[in-house]
Ligand binder design. Structure first.
Ligand SMILES: [Cu+2]
Length: 378
């Protein structure tokens, strides 16, 4: 190799190394600024106890929970062995406010290894508790730095991902929401609703119209791998919010169904997560449009600059995809492990259905009924 070729190679390799270093720096800055939370060490920030809100999550793996009512599709109803945060499915709603500090304590009160994975936070030492053996606990502090409404999922990671599928499908998940007083002041809504979708893969379930004959099952790895759930839960139970389907030929699904009451014309906000762990949620309200607040490519512009339904000012900021920048649409895809915040106005009296447009999901128990009535008797 000639001397000049060697020099040229050296130059190229130095240039490549410099470019690589620059790209790492860019990635590092994106990574550090993309977290919606800043992590604080208590002693470094002079925080006193009263400045910090305490959140305790207790993991357990003994709950037997009714996941389907007794109906034609699931005779006798279905109970299932679940894993829980604080004894409920979904786990407690973690409502964070912009600027506040929270001390999170995770306690493992179960017989298995459990853990906590907080979406929206970067850095494994802060976003992940790491595996906690039965009886162990861990505490750490976060400061919420998000400036815009947002929603994330949190969940158990099993033993550092080993078994994460089973722990999520068995109920160890919940929602993190970040509220923005600035946005709320500008865009008040009449009502807010929280919905969590998730799947159940049940060893004891023999299928539609057969059920479990009273056997309490647990996680079925084969059904999970095949992405063939037995049920899709909405806030911890299939058909929880669907009393019936059909008008001419009616199929009763849940005589104790909880439906959501709204008034025609009033703005409502919906915080939705899809815990999965396998299926995407193609969410829509039959007969109403949805306004997506989170996530949006032009999130901050959209939220700060534009009133909810005044689209006239958007054109100045629009990309070539005007639908994308306005946020108003009929259906939004919510992949497993993610969440969305939407607003909707139900224009006239009647029943509306919040559902997954993968239509098999109705048979699995997914979805919820919204009743719009002028004079709600409560
Ligand atoms: Cu777990």
């Amino acid at each position: 190799m000639s001397r000049s070729t060697q020099l040229l190679l050296l130059l190229y390799s130095s240039l490549f190394a410099a470019l690589l270093a620059a790209s790492y720096n860019i990635m590092a800055s994106i990574s550090s600024s993309s977290s919606l939370f800043e992590v604080l060490a208590e002693e470094e920030n002079g925080l006193i106890n009263t400045d910090i809100r305490n959140i305790t999550l207790i993991a357990d793996d003994h709950a037997i929970i009714k996941v389907s009512p007794d109906n034609l599709l699931h005779p006798g109803g279905i109970e299932y062995k679940m894993m829980t945060f604080n004894g409920t499915v979904p786990g407690p709603l973690l409502k964070f406010k912009e600027g506040e500090s929270v001390r999170i304590t995770m306690i493992n009160d179960g017989d298995l290894v459990h853990s906590l994975n907080l979406h929206g936070i970067t850095g494994p030492s802060q976003a992940l508790s790491g595996p906690l053996n039965p009886g162990e606990n861990k505490t750490w502090i976060l400061k919420v730095s998000s400036k815009a409404p947002s929603i994330f999922m949190y969940h158990c990671d099993g033993d550092n991902l080993n078994g994460v599928w089973e722990h999520v499908a068995s109920g160890m998940y919940g929602s993190i929401t970040v509220g923005s007083p600035t946005y709320d002041q500008k865009h008040p809504v009449a009502k807010e609703f929280y919905i969590a979708f998730s799947e159940v893969y049940n060893t004891a379930d023999k299928g539609l119209f057969k059920g479990t004959n009273g056997t309490i099952g647990s996680f079925d790895l084969g059904k999970f791998v095949e992405a063939g759930p037995d049920l899709i839960l909405t806030n911890g139970m299939a058909y929880k919010h669907i009393p019936w389907i059909g008008t001419v030929s009616r199929i009763p699904l849940n005589s104790d169904a909880e439906i959501f009451d709204v008034k025609p014309g009033e703005p409502t906000r919906w915080y939705i997560i899809n815990a999965g762990p396998r299926k995407s949620l193609e969410f829509n309200f039959a007969a109403a449009m949805i306004d997506v607040l989170y996530p949006l490519p032009l999130l901050n512009q959209h939220i700060v600059e534009n009133s909810r339904y005044d689209r006239s000012s958007i054109s100045a900021n629009s990309t070539s995809d005007s639908d994308e920048s306005s946020g108003l649409r009929y259906l939004i895809s919510i992949p497993p492990g993610s969440g969305t915040i939407i607003e909707a106005i139900f224009p006239e009296q009647g029943f509306y259905f919040g559902n997954d447009h993968d239509l098999a999901s109705i048979l699995y128990g997914s979805g919820f009924v919204v009743s719009a009535v002028d004079n709600i008797i409560s």
